[in-house]
Design a protein around this ligand. Structure first.
Ligand SMILES: Cc1cc2nc3c(=O)[nH]c(=O)nc-3n(C[C@H](O)[C@H](O)[C@H](O)COP(=O)(O)OP(=O)(O)OC[C@H]3O[C@@H](n4cnc5c(N)ncnc54)[C@H](O)[C@@H]3O)c2cc1C
Length: 421
C-alpha cells in the first residue's frame, strides 16, 4: 500500500472497540505506515458489554475482558499510548498534543497524516439532590464496574433508568440475591429501543426475576440519612430503598475534540457512510458519531456492531479502497436468563408479526415490516431465529408477513423456502 495519496501515519484518539478494530483493519488491509492508538484509560483496551453482565456477576476473570492481548499491539507495530489524554490537536501542523495524565509535566506530541476520532461516549448524569454522594454510581468503564461490583451484594440497589444497561445490571444483581428496584420515568422499559410488545415482555421477565419495576415516575431526590444513601424519592412521593443507586440514563457522545476542530456535530460527530467528518479528511467512528439511517434521519448507534462496521469502513476510506458492504445493524442485550437480540432499525408505525410458542413461554420473536418488506426483528431467547432473520436481511430477502406468520414452522425453514429477490 504505497500509493502517494495514502497516509503514512495515522493517529487514533480512543482505544476501545472502534479504535482498536480500526487499527486491526488497517493492518489487515496491508497498511504499512505508523499507527498510534491513544487512550486516557490506563487499562489494556477491553470489552465493555460484560461490565454489566457476566463480569459484574463475578463469573469472568478480569483479563478475559481484553480486546486484544498486550503482545498483539507490539507484534502488529501498533503504538499504544495508555493513560494519555489528548488535549490539543493542531491540524495545520499535522500534530497531536498528548498530556500523560499521571505526570502533568510530561508532554508528548505525535505528527499524523490522518486523524481518527474514536472518543466514544460518557455516562449521562442526572441533576438531582444527593446525586453527588459516593453511593451513587454510573456504569461506563472498568473503574465504574469495579466500584459497582464492590457494592452490588451489599443491600438494596436502585437503578434509575430502564434502558439496556440498567436492566442488565438489575438482572445481574438479582442473580446475586440483591433486592433491586428499577425506576423508569417513561411508561415502558427500553421504550426508545424496542417495540411495545417486546417492552411488555421485558417487564414481565424482570418481574419474574423479582425486580421491583416502577414505571412512569421520575426520581426527585437521592435520600441521604446519617451520611449514607438510604433510598430514592419518586415524583409520586414514595421512596424506594437503596444502599447504592446506579444512574443508567444513557450516554452522551464525547465531541469536545471534534468541536474544537470546528467539525459539524449534532448530538454526535456527523459522519457520512465513509466515516468522513465535515472537513472531508478527519475520520470519526463508533459511539461518538451520528450518521444518516435509511430514512435520512441522523442516528447514533451505540453498539459493538456499529463500532466494528464503521472501523472497517474507515480503514477502507483511509486506504482509498471500495467501501465494504454494510450488513443490517444488530445489537444484543443479556438480562439474566433473557437474551434479547435485535437486527435492523425499528421505525414508528411498522406492522408486526409476533411469533410465540406456548411450549416455550420465555421465547418471543417480533418481526417488523415496512409495507410488505421485513426490515427488523426483536428476538428474545430465540438465537436461531435471530441468525435466520439476520442472514435473510443481509442476503436481500424481503419475505412478506404472510410467509412468516406461521409460528409452528421454524423461521429458518420458512426463510429457506423463499426465492432471493
Ligand atoms: C456497560 C455497557 C454494556 C454494553 N453492552 C453492550 C451490548 O450488550 N451490546 C452491544 O452491542 N453494545 C454494548 N455496549 C456498547 C458498546 O460497548 C459500545 O458501543 C462500544 O464500546 C463503542 O466503542 P467506541 O470505541 O466507539 O467507544 P468507547 O467504548 O466509549 O471508547 C472510547 C474511548 O475513547 C477514550 N477517549 C475519549 N476521549 C479521549 C481523549 N481526549 N484522549 C484520550 N482518550 C480519549 C475513552 O477513554 C474510551 O476508552 C455496552 C456499553 C456499556 C458501557
Amino acid at each position: 500500500m504505497s500509493r502517494p495519496d495514502h497516509p503514512r501515519s495515522v493517529v487514533v484518539v480512543g482505544a476501545s472497540h472502534a479504535g482498536v478494530i480500526m487499527a486491526e483493519r488497517l493492518r489487515a488491509r496491508g497498511f504499512g505506515g505508523s499507527i498510534t492508538l491513544i487512550d486516557r484509560s490506563p487499562h489494556l483496551p477491553y470489552q465493555r458489554p460484560p461490565l454489566s453482565k457476566d463480569w459484574l456477576g463475578g463469573e469472568v476473570e478480569p483479563d478475559t475482558l481484553a480486546l486484544r492481548s498486550e503482545e498483539y499491539y507490539g507484534d502488529n507495530g501498533i503504538e499504544l499510548l495508555l493513560g494519555a489524554d489528548v488535549t490539543r490537536i493542531d491540524r495545520q501542523g499535522g500534530g497531536v498534543a498528548i498530556r500523560i495524565r499521571h505526570s502533568h509535566v510530561r508532554q508528548e506530541a505525535r505528527r499524523f497524516d490522518r486523524l481518527v476520532l474514536a472518543t466514544g461516549a460518557r455516562a449521562r448524569v442526572l441533576d438531582l439532590p444527593g446525586v453527588d454522594h459516593p453511593d451513587v454510581l454510573v456504569l461506563r468503564d472498568l473503574d465504574d464496574a469495579r466500584r459497582l461490583g464492590q457494592r452490588i451484594r451489599r443491600g438494596p440497589l436502585a437503578v434509575i433508568g430502564g434502558g439496556f444497561v440498567g436492566l442488565e445490571v438489575a438482572a445481574t444483581a438479582r442473580g446475586l440475591g440483591t433486592e433491586v428496584t428499577v425506576v423508569e420515568a417513561a411508561p415502558r422499559l427500553s421504550g426508545r429501543a424496542v417495540g411495545a410488545g417486546t417492552s411488555d415482555f421485558l417487564l414481565a421477565a424482570h418481574t419474574e426475576l423479582g425486580v421491583d419495576v416502577r414505571l412512569g415516575t421520575a426520581p426527585v431526590e437521592i435520600v441521604v440519612r446519617g451520611g449514607r444513601v438510604r433510598g430514592v424519592r419518586l415524583a409520586d412521593g414514595r421512596e424506594v430503598p437503596a444502599a447504592t443507586v446506579l444512574v443508567g440514563v444513557g450516554a452522551e457522545p464525547r465531541t469536545e475534540i471534534a468541536e474544537h476542530l470546528g467539525l459539524v456535530c449534532d448530538r454526535g460527530v456527523v459522519v457520512d457512510e465513509r466515516c468522513l467528518t465535515s472537513d472531508g479528511r478527519t475520520i470519526a467512528i463508533g459511539d461518538c458519531t451520528v450518521q444518516e439511517d435509511c430514512s435520512g434521519n441522523r442516528v447514533r448507534l451505540e453498539s459493538v456492531d456499529n463500532a466494528t462496521e464503521q472501523a472497517d469502513a474507515a480503514a477502507a476510506t483511509l486506504l482509498g479502497a471500495d467501501l465494504p458492504r454494510r450488513p443490517t445493524p444488530w445489537f444484543w442485550s443479556d438480562q439474566g436468563p433473557w437474551k434479547l437480540q435485535i437486527v435492523g432499525v425499528v421505525g414508528a408505525d411498522m406492522d408486526v408479526v409476533v411469533r410465540t410458542d406456548p411450549a416455550k413461554p420465555r421465547r418471543r420473536v417480533t418481526l417488523y415490516f415496512a409495507g410488505d418488506a421485513l426490515v427488523a426483528a426483536e428476538c428474545v431467547n430465540a438465537p436461531a431465529d435471530f441468525v435466520a432473520v439476520r442472514a435473510a436481511l443481509s442476503r436481500g430477502l424481503r419475505p412478506s408477513r404472510e410467509a412468516l406468520s406461521d409460528s409452528a414452522v421454524p423461521l429458518k425453514k420458512l426463510l429457506a423456502a423463499l426465492p432471493v429477490n
